[in-house]
Design a protein around this ligand. Structure first.
Ligand SMILES: NC(=O)c1ccc[n+]([C@@H]2O[C@H](COP(=O)([O-])OP(=O)(O)OC[C@H]3O[C@@H](n4cnc5c(N)ncnc54)[C@H](OP(=O)(O)O)[C@@H]3O)[C@@H](O)[C@H]2O)c1
Length: 332
């Protein structure tokens, strides 16, 4: 196995700002700690958080590297002395606290997952962040059950894609929202039972009609703001609202009579600041419960575009345009 070089190229930020602030820089190749592995990056996933981090608007958790990037795939080339399962030469995808936009990245061994059989290593870079987030929030916390209904806001986002796929695979009925007819078509292609164009229809009214007035059991929300009162009103008895992000605003006037009378649960969570132990447990659960769905082709990765590191600005511009459907990746 070739030794890693001393220096690597990474995508840095010249000064917080627009996509053109992204620039290629050099840094020492990181050294793995005892419980970490060094990965030669084949691809890095682009996430909504990266856009805000580039602008200097994302509260980076303590201990995170200065380099952006929450997920990678690639080959393990070095393992720390207390690593137990991985060895040089293994292909993995990994959930990172940061550092993915680089030729080499370190990850705690527990946050590495094998690449599911049949999934190209490059596409695997787009799996950890959105599938870990959806699995832990929709299945662990909201306990979505077969036969229940779920509304996914932003059905063509990376998060939306993962939510639709997992919910359908586990026997739920799924409705999802999007801005255009083409995106609604993609939502149906992902397997959702109904797509709601939110520029034409009110998701509350459509979902209420689709459930014959009963309401939905689980809502996966990335918008918040003025969606919140309508979501709380839409939930069925015992319903659960999962706040993944609040892009549309943190403040809302909500009729808590719905919470009281319908026994609702409103919750939220962020993945990035969680402990290595928590993230590792999510990764093991994903390998056990979701990777088999990739291996029998119930789920295929949804990679929309792959850009070389030198075109990182174009990748960020695409994410900001919201034209993409599924994941955008960067390759060194
Ligand atoms: N809590 C966590 O741990 C966690 C983890 C990962 C991601 N996230 C968050 O989850 C969100 C999705 O992440 P991503 O990487 O998958 O981002 P992404 O692919 O860029 O998706 C953003 C989505 O928001 C949709 N959207 C914007 N306005 C909307 C509206 N008014 N109604 C419905 N949909 C709307 C866009 O779809 P249209 O073009 O159809 O509007 C787009 O699909 C981001 O905000 C990200 O920060 C949170």
């Amino acid at each position: 196995m070739a030794k890693p070089p001393e220096e690597m190229i990474f995508i840095g930020v010249s000064e917080p700002g627009g996509p053109d602030a992204l620039t290629l820089l050099k840094a020492p190749v990181p050294l793995p700690a005892a419980d970490e592995v060094l990965i030669k990056v084949h691809a890095a996933g682009v996430n909504g958080a990266d856009l805000r981090e580039r602008q200097g608007k994302y509260p980076v958790p303590p201990g995170a590297p200065d380099i952006m990037g929450l997920e990678v795939s690639g080959e393990v080339i070095k393992v720390g002395r207390s690593c137990q399962t991985l060895k040089p030469g293994d292909n993995v995808c990994a959930l990172l606290i940061g550092g993915g936009y680089a030729e080499y990245a370190v990850a705690p061994e527990g946050q590495c997952m094998r690449v599911p059989n049949g999934v190209p290593v490059i596409d695997a870079a787009g799996l950890p962040e959105v599938f870990c987030t959806v699995w832990t929030n929709m299945m662990d916390r909201c306990r979505l059950q077969a036969g229940e209904t779920v509304l996914v806001q932003g059905g063509t986002s990376g998060i939306g894609f993962a939510a639709i796929k997992i919910a359908k695979a586990f026997g739920a009925s799924v409705f999802a929202t999007a801005r255009t007819a083409a995106k609604c078509e993609a939502i149906r292609r992902f397997g959702a039972d109904a797509a709601i164009n939110y520029t034409v229809d009110d998701f509350h009214d459509v979902a209420l009609e689709l459930t014959n007035g009963r309401g939905v059991d689980v809502i996966i929300d990335i918008i918040g703001g003025d969606y919140l009162p309508r979501e709380v009103a839409l939930l069925a008895h015992g319903g659960r609202l999962m706040i993944i992000n609040l892009r549309g605003g943190k403040i809302a006037e909500v009729d808590f009579g719905h919470v009281h009378s319908k026994h609702l649960t409103i919750t939220g969570a962020r993945l990035r600041p969680r402990s290595i132990a928590e993230k590792s447990a999510i990764c093991r659960s994903l390998e056990a419960n979701v990777w088999p769905l990739f291996e029998d082709r119930t789920i295929m990765p949804e990679t929309y575009a792959v850009f070389p590191f030198s075109e990182a600005a174009a990748a960020h511009r695409l994410m900001e345009s919201s034209e993409h459907i599924g994941k955008v990746l960067l390759v060194p």
